[in-house]
Design a protein around this ligand. Structure first.
Ligand SMILES: [Zn+2]
Length: 494
């Protein structure tokens, strides 16, 4: 029997503290790809869609892929943008006679009218059914998974890597469980357990630390005949919602008391080890000190600004780290990206090779990461900001920074862009004429994902907290909706 399966990718990680709301243009800036266009762009890359297509070939499905859309992490998604992307999926469900639904979501989407954006997608789809059909979803482990999401999707499978490099495999795994459900071989549902924390302390790092053993235990438990997937979500702390925080999910059947007891052992471990921090979060001054004296014979020093990570909704225009590096006289270095469309627009009016003085960065909210820096340097290049990744995360995928310029200040190349992007791939420097391997110091904006492409070329990696929007100093953030007490905001639970 040939099953008909609807697929779609609709993803947003919402930082509810961001002043920048997410609208239709925010999605267009990242990608909005319809049907075959999405398959052509993403069908063979490291994406959930590629895994869905693998499953479709394995099981001989007839699929209708509605769309693939994502915006860079930013503020709440406006209703008009959400409806614009969700309506075609719901309309396809109403029109088609599907046997199953397979969706790639993020799991931390918040709307300007609803705390649980992913749950809202599922609610609308369920409401459009003529008869009950199974829904399988994949999630980014930086998901805040609420009870309702678990009741609306029978099958939930999260990535198992951070840096995330297993999107395709995750798509394939979700597809395999959906197939067994459609044939009535199994009848899964998903349970969740959580602990009162904003997020797993190390953000779910899987290259080091306690998550390695947790994932091994999860894989062992998946060997049981009545268990189809165990997902460990680190949560996403910059989302001020009731269902914030880490969760352990079991998608299975049979004895759910046992499944819950198993999930509790992992959640207890997350809770018990909440003080074990893997990174040493330096001040920008300490990072600049290390950079000033760094011997790069084994490769460049890579400095990650954790707090201004555009991949978690940071504005990307924090100047504290760049200012400290310039102040310390660090040369033979590169920095990127600095998100400042206004500065790029000014630079576009200049000639390549010209010396220019202008204010860069710090324009969104100086309280988080510092105010504008007055820089004087040589304009090295101007471009449209387009690049194609070649690393483990973005390999083969097209992205754009929008209008982009490179400014060289005293031997320091600064990549200034219009559209915020986390630094994930060497091509995000190389495509603009900056050769990261040849530098003594590489400063970039990312929490953990940069490691996939930059660790192999690094002599040493350090991480700093510039005090930007994704600072680890959570007490600075005006939380109102998370349940209290919660770690690490409240002393009585610390
Ligand atoms: Zn993530």
């Amino acid at each position: 029997m040939t099953f008909r399966v609807l697929t779609a990718e609709l993803s947003h990680e919402t930082n509810t503290f961001s002043r920048r709301l997410t609208n239709a243009q925010s999605f267009k800036d990242r990608y909005v790809l319809i049907g075959e266009e999405a398959i052509a762009a993403r069908g063979e890359a490291s994406t959930e869609l590629a895994g869905f297509l693998d499953a479709s070939r394995n099981y001989g499905w007839q699929i209708e892929h509605v769309l693939s859309a994502a915006a860079g992490p930013s503020g709440k998604v406006e209703r008009a943008a959400f409806d614009w992307l969700c309506d075609p999926i719901v309309a396809a469900v109403e029109r088609g006679r599907f046997d199953g639904i397979l969706l790639a979501l993020h799991g931390a989407m918040v709307l300007d009218f609803c705390e649980d954006g992913d749950g809202e997608i599922l609610r609308r789809i369920r409401a459009a059914f003529r008869h009950e059909i199974p829904i399988a979803i994949t999630l980014d482990p930086h998901a805040n998974v609420g009870r309702e999401m678990c009741s609306l999707a029978e099958i939930i499978v999260s990535f198992r890597t951070y840096p995330h490099v297993d999107m395709r495999e995750t798509g394939r795994r979700a597809g395999a469980i959906l197939q067994r459900t459609m044939t009535s071989e199994v009848k899964p549902r998903t349970i969740r357990v959580s602990r009162p924390m904003l997020e797993e302390t190390n953000g779910g790092r899987t290259d080091a630390g306690p998550m390695i053993a947790r994932l091994a235990a999860a894989k062992d438990y998946e060997e049981r005949a009545d268990v189809f997937a165990v997902s460990i979500n680190a949560g996403f702390a910059s989302t001020d919602v009731a269902d914030v925080g880490p969760t352990v999910l079991v998608t299975g059947q049979g004895n759910f008391d046992e499944h819950t007891a198993f999930a509790d052992t992992l959640a207890d471990d997350i809770w018990a080890r909440r003080h074990e921090v893997l990174n040493d979060y330096l001040t920008v001054e300490a990072a600049a000190d290390i950079a000033a004296g760094f011997d790069s014979r084994q490769g460049p020093l890579v400095i990650a600004d954790y707090a201004d990570n555009p991949g978690a909704g940071g504005y990307g225009d924090s100047t504290n780290l760049l200012g400290a590096l310039l102040e310390a006289g660090v040369k033979d270095a590169c920095f990127g990206p600095m998100v400042d469309g206004e500065a790029v627009a000014t630079l576009q009016n200049a000639k390549v090779g010209e010396q220019i003085r202008l204010a860069v960065g710090g324009k969104t909210d100086a309280a988080f990461g510092g105010g504008p820096l007055i820089l004087e340097g040589e304009l090295v290049s101007i471009s449209d900001g387009h690049f194609v990744g070649d690393g483990p995360i973005l390999g083969g995928l097209h992205r754009s920074y929008g209008p982009t310029a490179v400014l060289r200040v005293d031997g320091f190349e600064i990549l200034i862009v219009t559209i915020a992007q986390q630094m994930l791939d060497l091509q995000q420097f190389r495509s603009f004429g900056i050769e990261p391997e040849s530098k003594r110091v590489i400063a970039l904006k990312s929490m953990q994902h940069f490691r996939a492409a930059f660790e192999p070329i690094a002599g040493k990696v350090i991480v700093c907290d510039s005090g930007a929007l994704c600072t680890l100093d959570y007490k600075r953030m005006p939380y109102r909706n998370v349940p209290r007490p919660i770690f690490p905001l409240d002393e009585d639970i610390a």
